[in-house]
Structures are given as C-alpha cells and as structure tokens.
Write a protein that binds this ligand. Structure first.
Ligand code: PLP
Length: 398
C-alpha cells in the first residue's frame, strides 16, 4: 500500500474538511476582533456564540456560560485544577489516579512538591479504577479529585457518574475535574448526568485543529483564572479570542455528535477485527486493556519479549503509524506508567503498541496491517535474546 495508514488517532487527528471550510472565512474576511463595537465585528462575535452553543450541546451543559475556550487539553486541566485550588487555599488534600495523562499527573506531582498531600488511586489488571480505594481516600480536607474519562493508552472508560456519587457522598464540597480529552467524539458526554464540576476536552483529538480546547465549569463552581488580563471568557481566560479555531472546534463538536453512532459501531467493528486477528495470528501477543469497558477506537497489545520501538519502525517503513504509548511520553525510554500501574509484566510493556482508529480508517487498511504485522513480529521474535522464554510461551499457547 503506498498510502499512509494512520492508526494513531489518540495522538492527534486529521482536521475534517468541513471544519477547515467553516474556519477559513474567519482568517481573511471576518477577521475583526470580536470585542470591537462596530458592525464589522458582529460576525466574529456571533460565530463564537454559535460555537459555544455547539459545545454546550455536545456536552449537554445547562448553560452556554459554563463553556470556556482554551488553547488545549493541558491548559483546560491546569486551569481547572489550579483554579479550584486557588479558591480553596485552606484545603491541602487532592486525589487523582495512577494512570492520568502527564497533563494532570505532572501537575499533581508539582503540587505535591509544593506541600499538597496527594493520593494516587490504583487500577486492576484490566486498567479499571479501584473505587474502594477512592472512597476511602476522600476526607473533609479534600479540595479536588481529578479522574480521566477515558485512558489515552488503553482506551479504558472510568465510571464517572459513580465516581461523582462516591466523592459527593463523602464530601459534598470536594470538586471533581474530568479530563475527557480521549472521550470526546468517541462516546457521548453528558456533564449533567455525570455530575461533574469541571471537564476538559481538546479539539485536535476529534478532527478540529491543534491549539484549541474547552473547559466546562459548572455554574455552581467558582474558580480563579490562570490568565489574567481582559474580560474575555467572562474574565476566566484573558486574551483576544482565537475566532477561527473556536469556530473549528464548534464545527468539529457538531460533526462528532453526528458521527457517534458510526464511531460506536463501525469504528468499533474495525478495531475489534484488527485486535482479534492479531491475537489469533501472533502467539506472543497479549491484550493490555479491558475488553468491554473502553472507547471504540483503541486497542493496546503487548508483544512479549520484543521491543515496541522496533515494531513501530518496521510499521513506519510500510507507512503504518501507531504508537508505543502517549505521544507526550514517547521519545522517553521510560516504560508506560499506565501499563505499570496495571501490573503488565515488563517483558510485555516494552513491546506494547497502541492502535487508535478514526472515522477515516478503512477495512482495507485494517486488512493490510493484519497481514503485515505477523511477519514483522516474527522477524523480531527470532532476534530476541529471550528464546527460551519464547519457546515456553509458544508451548503454553499451542
Ligand atoms: N489528556 C489526555 C487524556 C490526553 O490524551 C491528552 C493528549 O494526548 C491531553 C490531556 C493533552 O491534550 P493537549 O495535547 O490538547 O494539551
């Protein structure tokens, strides 16, 4: 196949043509500052209002005022977490999970160094959260709990509604921030049903461009702004609005809602086909994720006793893009903190590959990857220094 096969949609996605088309007029024709008073600025301010409405609908927020545009998922997380803590300076205990994205985990680690007491909740071998441990961790001093909606490496979905109930029953004043960056566009998000106080998403994970995100802040939740300056975004995020990108994420949200059914049936079917064929045809492949409880586009497969980076390079030679974990941690040789928290053996963590599909993935592409992968793994398995272990494994599987 001489075409690129892009199976790394949890890292970023291609901008939808319709999104780009919606954005273009706001670069050249409707370039006014939306805060300006003259008539020429009206289309820009109207476009922001419209985009806010589309995000409100996507998240089922009660009010457009609960939607703040940011520059990315990391900013949304930082704004939510720091914004809550600054409003509750007397509380010094915070909770998160061991499997968060670095956007949350590294922030928590820096808060720990600043004197916060932190509980990191663990997961089981399927990547599912220990809710008992969470319930026990919440106390009267807990200012905030941050839990992702879907994990970027395994796709595992966390039961946010239940988590919210557990937290609120232990301490009604504890705020819940949900990093929903990997859920947006893949499963429905209903902030009211979930009972969340704050929730973040990022445009580039659902076919809007990089550089635009959203933070939902429930109207009962008061936060301090990270960026102080002008009055934009109700004083919660200063800086002249990025009109074309805001239009882009609004359009992408509308398309994502329309596409959800396809995502949850057809994209899931292709993901399941890829996964089943690999697990059937490659004796040293093992699944590193929950089978039932995850977003429809993601699988994570460990190839025991071989190096994931080498598999990725061989796939890349064939034009196939996949990943060995979070894009933000690849490039470092640290084994995945998510797979470690799940107790995946080191011999499989190093050979783990995440495949993440999108609405653009075709059956032909999946068939091509399914055909190509076994011989790549076979070649690398023959070069592995762990021949005895591999022989044992082969015997066990046959
Ligand atoms: N949270 C999760 C779960 C992610 O997967 C990512 C990006 O990979 C982020 C946050 C950060 O988003 P952004 O790249 O928009 O800052």
């Amino acid at each position: 196949m001489d075409k690129l096969i892009y199976l790394d949609n949890n890292a970023t996605t291609r901008v939808d043509d319709k999104v780009l088309e919606a954005m273009l007029p706001y670069f050249k024709e409707e370039y006014a500052n939306p805060s300006s008073i003259y008539e020429f600025a009206r289309p820009a301010s109207r476009a922001i209002k419209e985009a806010r409405g589309k995000i409100k609908d996507m998240l089922n927020a009660a009010n457009e005022k609960e939607i703040i545009f940011t520059s990315c998922g990391s900013e949304s997380a930082n704004q939510a977490i720091r914004g809550v803590l600054n409003m509750n300076k007397n509380k010094r205990h915070i909770i998160t999970t061991k499997v968060e994205h670095p956007a949350v985990l590294n922030l928590y680690q820096s808060l720990e160094k600043q004197g916060y007491s932190v509980d990191y909740i663990g997961v089981n071998s399927n990547g599912e959260l220990n809710l008992e441990e969470l319930a026990q961790a919440v106390n009267p001093d807990t200012a905030l709990v941050s839990v992702m909606y879907a994990n970027n490496e395994t796709g595992v979905i966390y039961p946010i509604e239940k988590i919210s109930q557990i937290i609120k029953s232990k301490n009604p004043n504890t705020k819940l921030f949900v990093d929903a960056v990997q859920a947006a566009g893949k499963i429905p998000i209903d902030v009211q049903a979930l009972g969340v106080d704050l929730l973040g998403i990022s445009g580039h994970k659902f076919h809007a461009p990089k550089g635009v995100g959203v933070l939902y802040v429930n109207s009962k939740t008061v936060i301090t702004p990270l960026i102080i300056g002008g009055h934009q975004e109700r004083g919660l995020r200063a800086g002249t609005e990025n009109v074309p990108y805001i239009v882009g994420i609004g359009k992408a949200a509308e398309l994502a809602v329309d596409n959800l059914k396809y995502e949850m049936t057809e994209v899931k079917r292709l993901r399941d086909k890829l996964e089943a064929n690999i697990l059937k045809n490659v004796f040293n492949a093992r699944l590193n994720t929950s089978v039932a409880n995850r977003v429809p586009n993601t699988t994570n497969i460990g190839f025991e006793y071989i190096e994931g980076e080498l598999i990725l390079l061989h796939l890349s030679d064939l034009g196939i893009c996949a990943s060995s974990g979070s894009a933000c941690t690849s490039g470092s040789l640290e084994p995945s903190h998510v797979l470690r928290a799940m107790g995946v053996p080191f011999t499989a963590i190093h050979g783990s590959i995440r495949f993440s599909l999108s609405k653009y993935t075709t059956e032909k592409e999946i068939d091509y990857v399914t055909d190509a992968l076994p011989s790549i793994v076979d070649k690398l398995t023959n070069l592995s220094p762990f021949q005895n272990e591999l022989d044992e494994l082969k015997k066990l599987k046959s």
